[in-house]
Ligand binder design. Structure first.
Ligand code: C2E
Ligand code: CA
Ligand code: CA
Ligand code: CA
Length: 279
């Protein structure tokens, strides 16, 4: 009835209403984003610490909405996860990243590893191993050159069925890494049970490393733990040359961050890669 509607409305402050409206708007605009070509992937270089070579790139989703402008992933991804739209977005990311890998291989840019982010919602979707298998086959991507990044919290929420899903992804031959490691209340007992290959140290540790010796100690401990378990360790958020030096000295395997390169559109990344190479 009208009166109960009014009662309900009283529980919402204007700020809450504005936020709910914004969510609604994002969700409704996102519904057409794929078909209207509003999405694209930015690629950020990942550097091998020992050699300084660029060995891979991380694909990061970008959305330019004609109605809303550029919406950052931190804003639209949680909304897409709640609405279930993340599954279609995630499938699009898989297709796009594999197609790009194929294009780069054909253009002689070398065998870059492409990593993509996968949300917990998509991991739990039963079809995802098949979507990946089909995309790898269609674009002739060597599975060894594809990485899937899952956040620590995604894995910690994991039930037995998700564990089976992880094994199905591993069976495709791709690399699995734990993103944002150190922030998700890690149950270290689980670490040994996941079929994973890599840890990505969360950028919060890296960014406070210079000022706070405790953060440096944690970063070192994560590197040591990863190596003990036979995992490669990547640091993200490397913004300063000192970060890179310290992480290299601590035997971190791979480095990623604004110090080396920002996430770039594909054409810009290609120019950047060519400029890194001796002629
Ligand atoms: P993430 O996976 O941890 O990605 C790294 C984020 O850190 C990116 O933000 C990147 O631009 C930023 N970054 C890289 N280097 C530096 C640095 O040196 N300093 C600082 N301050 N930041 C740096 P972005 O692109 O805004 O993405 C935010 C988050 O959105 C990602 O965090 C990831 O959780 C999510 N995301 C992005 N693309 C996708 C996607 O395709 N699928 C899913 N499920 N999530 C995605
Ligand atoms: Ca990531
Ligand atoms: Ca991360
Ligand atoms: Ca993150």
């Amino acid at each position: 009835s009208k009166s109960s509607g009014r009662d309900t409305a009283r529980f919402f402050t204007p700020a809450m209403n504005a936020r709910a409206q914004q969510r609604q708007q994002v969700e409704s605009c996102l519904r057409h984003a794929i078909e209207r070509g509003e999405l694209w992937l930015a690629y950020q270089p990942r550097i091998e610490a020992g050699s300084g070579r660029t060995i891979g790139v991380e694909a990061l989703l970008r959305w330019h909405s004609p109605e809303l402008g550029a919406v950052p992933p931190a804003e639209f991804i949680p909304i897409a996860e709640e609405s279930g739209q993340i599954v279609a977005l995630g499938d699009w990311v898989i297709q796009q990243a594999c197609a790009q890998h194929d294009a780069w291989r054909r253009s002689g840019l070398g065998e870059l590893t492409v990593s993509l982010n996968m949300s917990a919602v998509q991991l739990r979707t039963s079809g995802v191993p098949e979507v990946l298998r089909a995309a790898l086959a269609r674009h002739q991507v060597n599975p060894a050159h594809l990485e899937v990044e899952l956040t620590e919290s995604t894995l910690m929420e994991t039930a037995e069925e998700t564990m089976a899903q992880l094994h199905a992804l591993k069976a495709l031959g791709l690399t699995l890494s734990i993103d944002d490691f150190g922030t998700g209340y890690s149950n270290l007992n689980y670490l040994n049970r996941f079929p994973i290959d890599k840890l990505k140290i969360d950028r919060s540790f890296v960014q406070q490393m210079l000022e706070d010796p405790a953060q440096l100690a944690i970063a070192r401990a994560i590197i040591g733990l990863g190596h003990t378990l036979g995992l490669r360790v990547v640091a993200e958020g490397v913004e300063r040359p000192e970060h890179a030096q310290m992480l290299h000295a601590a035997r971190c395997d791979e480095l990623q961050g604004f110090h080396f390169g920002r996430p770039m559109p594909p054409a810009e990344l290609e120019r950047w890669l060519r400029s890194q190479r001796p002629a």
